[in-house]
Design a protein around this ligand. Structure first.
Ligand code: NDP
Length: 326
């Protein structure tokens, strides 16, 4: 790390923003490539997996591992090769449009860091309904990821909220594992693709309820039921369930990049196909922040690796061009 001459701002080769599986994997690869990465963890060090209990689907853990422990281990692995992990939130960026340009990031609204490359792995945040009983029982039977947590409800009755592709996909996934899945769609139609809708309606153990919303999630320590309300008739009904899955969409954490990086209409960063390159040279995106389809720890880790390799290759190209012009 060096200080830039003019204002004594810290200047580094590789800045990693975000500390989920994508960020840590990028850090492991970048550190091993001697890019001396510095990571800022964000508000939720460890990312979404720290809110999960057991992770059973990450290869290499035959007995499963709890999410927070896995993230601590990823951090230790990244630090072993020299990554500096700092608690802090990047609150503003000024990204260069030039090849070889210096990108600037402001941490916690006060300290500026300058970086030759930036790897963005700020993730996405699952949306919740926001009703008190749902918030109280998060981690006690309320989950926003069927693929992560569905297995714990094997043979049991569960419910899922949402009418998009995620809800439809997760409802059919749960139907394979669980005894019965009650699916609550707030309108009289689903937003999901026709093919996904067909999968839902042709699955026998999915009880599809249109015009239906949650009135209250029932249970003291853990979920034991659900009170639903038909928003047309106001009729209420209670069912017994042990798990409730919220699938009403995710919000990618990209607000600070608006106006600088290309995003789709819902705010996900757009990367060049088969790479992690954003529209700006030296800026790369990995993990859920650029992926609304897979959203798995292992796919995030894969793109984290790609981002570090892309950053390393970019720096090598910039350095060889500088040598030619020198
Ligand atoms: P979407 O935004 O597409 O759908 C969200 C769903 O949740 C809608 O049915 C919406 O209802 C409902 N909803 C939102 N807020 C509430 C609320 N407060 N109460 C009850 N229901 C609510 O999100 P998805 O995560 O489903 O999909 C995001 C994107 O990812 C989409 O483009 C999708 O196509 C894509 N995707 C593709 C997959 C694939 O191709 N295999 C798999 C998964 C996702 P309403 O319609 O009334 O607004």
């Amino acid at each position: 790390m060096i200080m830039s001459e003019e204002n004594k701002t810290e200047r580094i080769k590789c800045l990693i923003i975000g500390s989920g599986p994508a960020g840590y994997t990028a850090a492991i690869y970048a550190a091993r490539a001697d890019l001396k990465p510095i990571m800022y963890t964000g508000m939720e060090p460890g990312g979404q997996l720290t809110t999960t209990t057991e992770v059973d689907n990450f290869p290499g853990y035959p007995e499963g591992i709890d999410g927070p422990t896995m993230m601590v281990q990823l951090q230790q692995q990244a630090e072993r090769f020299g990554t500096e992990v700092r608690i802090g939130m990047v609150t503003e960026v000024q990204l260069s449009k030039e090849v070889g340009g210096i990108h600037k990031a402001c941490v916690d609204n006060k300290t500026w860091v300058e970086a030759e490359t930036v790897i963005i792995s700020t993730g996405a945040t699952a949306k919740y309904l926001g009703i008190p009983s749902e918030q109280r029982l998060r981690g006690g039977g309320v989950s926003a990821c069927a693929v992560c947590d569905g297995f714990f409800y094997k043979g049991q009755d569960v419910a899922i909220v949402g009418g998009g592709d995620t809800a439809a996909e997760e409802a059919t996934y749960l139907a394979n594992i669980c005894n019965k899945v009650t699916m609550l769609v707030r309108k009289d139609e689903m937003r999901a693709s026709k093919a996904m809708q067909h999968r839902v309606t042709s699955t026998k153990n999915i009880d599809l309820r249109y015009n239906t919303e949650i009135d209250e999630v029932l249970g003291e320590q853990v979920v034991d039921g659900l009170r639903m309300v038909n928003n047309q008739t106001q009729e209420k009904e209670e069912i017994a369930i042990t798990g409730l899955f919220i699938a009403i969409g995710h919000k990618p954490n990209t607000d600070i990049f608006k106006g600088q990086l290309e995003m789709d209409e819902t705010g996900y960063l757009i990367t060049e196909p088969k790479t992690t390159k954003t529209n700006l040279p030296g800026v790369f995106a990995s993990g859920d922040v650029q992926d609304k389809d897979y959203r798995q720890a292992v796919t995030a880790a894969g793109t984290g690796c790609m981002a570090a390799l892309d950053a390393e290759r970019y720096l090598a190209t910039v350095e060889s061009e500088e040598e030619v012009t020198a």
